[in-house]
Design a protein around this ligand. Structure first.
Ligand code: APR
Length: 264
């Protein structure tokens, strides 16, 4: 393990443009369960996963009905969102802080995360692409404009019988989080692909790499790109797309890598 940590630090120094791809695994040490691990949200709540797969079609078919159910505290959508409720109180862990530090050192150029928890930004990372959107945000389905929680008074809109909420452009507004089956917003997709093509080193941290199109980012990287996985278990990328896997906890391994980079 120590050799691989030293190798990763040297590879980071040698590289020219380095990005990190992260998933739910980097936030488990912050108390947020992942999805498909032994204590994963979907592993523990298969019915919630079923509901999550239905959401986008439900929204498309009847945005008004979707929002009425979404704002009903007893509704199944609220129950699903409540499972994600732990996110609100969570704080970044040493894994998030190590990536923020690598950015501050001018080593890490960008983070593309599947996580909606905002913990990279809380840790101080600046250049973060939220591939699956962010909690506490809303998005226009036409112009992609994002709205903060305090920019949209949903209860007032509901009271006035004006659901679903609309953007000035006339587009319907939805939670910013990307639902299963929903296309990745074009601005996010474009930026992410550019970063994947541009980099010559990719750190992949805490993801099972089974959800597409995110899992295609390592596949579209330049063949000369060094791809390093840091994960508790091997993934479909291991030995196929990635150059090596450092198997273990991101909250323990990433700080060690940052320390080594500082020493080199
Ligand atoms: N350190 C390293 N790896 C970890 C840690 C940890 N502390 N904790 C868990 N892991 C690993 C698990 O072993 C698993 O391989 O992280 C991976 C998490 O995988 P998933 O639960 O599938 O999460 P993720 O890959 O982010 O899921 C992708 O699926 O459900 C959707 O939209 C949701 O963004 C999510 C997407």
């Amino acid at each position: 393990m120590e050799d691989l940590i030293q190798r990763a630090a040297e590879d980071l120094i040698k590289a020219r443009y380095r990005i990190a791809l992260t998933g739910a695994g980097i936030s488990t040490e912050s108390g947020i369960p992942d999805f498909r691990g032994p204590d994963g949200i979907w592993t523990k709540n298969p019915e919630a996963e079923m509901k999550a797969y239905e959401l986008y079609n439900q929204f498309k078919a009847d945005p008004k009905g979707y929002w009425e159910e979404r704002l009903d505290p007893q509704g199944s959508i609220s129950r699903l969102f409540s499972i994600l409720g732990v996110i609100g109180e969570a704080q970044p862990n040493p894994g998030h802080h190590a990536l923020a530090e690598l950015e501050k050192m001018g080593i890490l150029n960008c983070i593309i995360t599947q996580n909606v928890d905002g913990l990279h930004q809380k840790a101080g990372s600046k250049n973060v692409i939220e591939y699956h959107g962010g909690i506490n945000k809303f998005r226009c389905m036409v112009c992609n404009r994002r709205f903060g929680k305090d920019e949209l008074n949903l209860e007032k809109i509901k009271m006035e019988g004006k659901l679903p909420p609309y953007c000035q452009c006339g587009g319907v507004i939805k939670d910013d989080g990307v639902f299963f089956g929903e296309p990745i917003p074009s601005d996010v997709l474009g930026r992410s692909q550019k970063e994947a093509w541009k980099c010559d080193l990719m750190l992949i941290c805490g993801t099972s790499a089974v959800v597409y199109p995110f899992a295609s980012l390592p596949e579209m990287a330049n063949p000369a790109t060094t791809i390093i996985e840091i994960n508790a278990e091997p993934t479909p990328l291991t030995g196929r797309i990635s150059d090596y896997l450092i198997q273990g906890k991101t909250g323990e391994i990433l700080p060690k890598i940052a320390e080594r980079v500082k020493k080199i």
